[in-house]
Design a protein. Structure first.
Length: 460
């Protein structure tokens, strides 16, 4: 419920109150006693979903946006017919009023000092979590990071035509993520120099990092859905929280992975993570914007012209910003297309090899292809294939078979690493085991464990 208060000129009070009572809303009036004169405070309680509709209906009886208006969240309300009013509006689309959305967006903005400090501290936590291999610490860094707020405010500003909000939000995103990558690099170099972690750390092989330096179609889908969920929650009574969006998007760990890659002189990890970071950011912003458009938010006179203090200068600044964003997104889009195409070829070639009779007992656990890169300066791509196998099975030719198949299909040099998750199988059938148990003996053998790693490479 919302308590809405409007200061109304006396000549409009009767019309406003009558319109509200026709809606069976709880209404009260208070005559102003200040020196302003001839004004009355009209207060009424209304379901959150009804605020926008009620205010629009009041336009027909002389309501003006220039009056003093405030909407306050209310714990409960008690007046005759309140239950019927709530039930009636509970069945309508649950979209907050544009004024409420704009107010929420402004409340989400942090001052620069707080924002940068929180970005830096969350990056330090994410970097430490990746290096020690702790998913719990990594999740904690996502909860602390404030980067989702400027993403959502950028989408709100775009859909409401508030150019100043768009410009400020894009700037905050760029600065925040730049601080995150630079901070992660500096912190990683510090840890490396004082030998807190091994200087020869195999960064690409670390599980929590390996999944964060290869942009893929799934990364785009997750970012898009996270942004849409965040905007839907912000604009409705949805249960999704901003923290949930931050965890889903996983931006700070990706920035930390980039810093670790640069610190350990692994440009493939660093560049791939930055690419994934930008792809996810664009997807989150796009998902949020399209959801706001779907919910029907459009610009009005409250938002238009907000960014007009110096028309020529501000327009030029915004144009340059848009050009830079388009250029970056275009370059990232090309790299992402290459990566997605490469991964599809890798998956197809791997599937074809594993369908051979010699490998029919193997099961695929995961396939990871690190970022291919553009041009000859990058090393051959590394593909890691994780398979499940019986512990007494050996497949010495598999890495070479995979390397040849992937190389032939992609036309690119490739290194293939095959690692196994071993399991053990019982040597008796269920029927025999049941008979043994009735006779007094026999048991199955539980299994788990890890096997060896094989590797092969191809080149041109």
């Amino acid at each position: 419920m919302r308590l809405v208060q409007v200061v109304v000129p006396d000549e409009n009070v009767d019309d406003i109150v009558s319109a509200l009572r026709e809606r069976e809303l709880g209404v009260s009036t208070t005559r102003e006693t200040s020196g302003e004169g001839d004004r009355t405070l009209v207060s009424f309680v209304v379901p959150a979903d009804a605020v926008e509709h009620v205010l629009e209906e009041l336009d027909d009886v002389g309501f003006s946006d220039e009056w003093y208006i405030v909407s306050i969240e209310t714990e409960f309300a008690s007046y005759e017919g309140v239950d019927e009013v709530q039930d009636r509006w509970a069945k309508t689309p649950n979209r907050v009023a544009p004024r409420t959305l704009r107010s929420k967006a402004k409340d989400m903005r942090l001052n620069t000092r707080s924002y940068l400090w929180m970005m830096t501290l969350s990056t330090v936590i994410a970097t430490a979590g990746l290096l020690v291999g702790s998913p719990a610490i990594v999740v904690g860094s996502m909860v602390l990071a404030p980067i989702v707020s400027p993403m959502l405010t950028a989408s709100i500003g775009l859909v409401r035509d508030d150019q100043r909000m768009v410009f400020d939000s894009i700037r905050m995103q760029a600065v925040g993520l730049g601080v995150a990558v630079v901070g992660a690099t500096a912190f990683s170099l510090l840890l490396k120099s004082v030998f807190v972690v091994p200087a020869e750390l195999a960064v690409p092989n670390m599980e929590l990092i390996a999944i964060r330096f290869s942009p893929s179609m799934l990364s785009v889908i997750v970012g898009f859905a996270a942004g849409a969920a965040g905007s839907f929650s912000l604009a409705t009574k949805g249960q999704v929280t901003i923290v949930g969006v931050m965890v889903a998007a996983a931006l700070i760990p990706t920035a930390a992975a980039a810093g670790i890659g640069f610190a350990w002189n692994r440009p493939v990890v660093g560049v791939g993570s930055v690419i994934l970071l930008v792809v996810t950011i664009v997807a989150v912003n796009l998902g949020a914007f399209l959801m706001f458009k779907y919910l029907g938010y459009e610009p009005d006179h409250v938002d238009r012209g907000v960014f007009s203090t110096d028309g020529v200068t501000q327009t030029a600044t915004l144009a340059v910003t848009v050009i830079l964003v388009v250029a970056v997104v275009g370059a990232i889009g090309l790299g992402t297309y290459q990566q997605v195409t490469y991964e599809r070829s890798v998956n197809t070639a791997t599937t074809e090899v594993l369908q051979r009779d010699a490998y029919d007992e193997l099961g695929v656990v995961s396939i990871t292809a690190e970022y291919v890169g553009v041009g000859p300066r990058f090393d051959p791509s590394t593909v890691t294939v994780t398979l499940s196998r019986a512990s007494d099975s050996a497949y010495s030719r598999l890495p070479d078979d995979l390397a040849r198949a992937i190389g032939d299909r992609t036309g690119e040099p490739v290194r293939v690493r095959v690692q196994y998750q071993d399991y053990e199988r019982s040597n008796v059938s269920r029927a025999a085991s049941l008979g043994d148990s009735l006779g007094g003996g026999g048991s199955a053998v539980p299994a788990s464990g890890h096997g060896s790693v094989g590797a092969a490479s191809t080149g041109r």
